[in-house]
Design a protein around this ligand. Structure first.
Ligand SMILES: [Zn+2]
Length: 177
């Protein structure tokens, strides 16, 4: 995994991409939760679930099918969502959630990501793998190489996130004029 901070930063960057004009704070929060949610499968380590199995870490919860399903269902659960806005909200939630798997596939460790689960449980990495893999346990993160992980994420995720923020602010300013 990349760290929870990195996944949350990616969701914040996606919230600036104008899929939705001025997304409500609760929607951005939901996007952040979805960007971290796939790692819920790491509880399987304590339950003896094999890493490379369907429910193993980076298995089904990291797949396109999972992202599509959860982002398709959520806008229908909240009654306040206007029908016209549903597609955009779905797209926003989908990108927040799938960004997790995309970032994991760029990390330096663990098994790859089962993007096509449940149809194919093969694990994939991208050829470009420069994000240092983060320890799963919080204790390991803060006592181990957490700093090195954050440094690598600052370069490969933090800088693009800040750039997206700056560009979106500039575009906003230009449109106002
Ligand atoms: Zn993950």
């Amino acid at each position: 995994m990349a760290s929870a901070f990195a996944h949350a930063a990616a969701a914040l960057a996606i919230s600036r991409l104008k899929l939705i004009n001025k997304p409500a704070a609760c929607l951005v929060f939901t996007g952040i939760v979805l960007s971290i949610l796939p790692d819920i499968d790491s509880i399987g380590f304590n339950l003896g679930v094999p890493y490379n199995s369907f429910w193993g870490h980076r298995g089904f919860t990291h797949s396109v099918t999972f992202s599509f399903s959860i982002s398709a269902v959520l806008p229908f659960i909240f009654s306040k969502v206007e029908p016209k806005a549903r597609w955009r909200i779905m797209a926003f939630l989908f990108f927040c959630n799938i960004s997790h798997a995309l970032l994991d596939a760029m990390t330096t460790g663990g098994l790859g990501v089962a993007f096509f689960s449940p149809f194919n449980n093969t694990r994939y990495f991208f050829n470009f793998r420069s994000i240092k893999v983060s320890p799963l346990s919080v204790t390991e993160f803060f006592n181990g190489n957490g700093f090195a992980v954050l440094k690598s994420e600052a370069i490969w995720i933090g800088i693009p996130t800040v750039l997206i923020y700056i560009i979106s602010l500039l575009v906003q300013q230009i449109r106002r004029k």
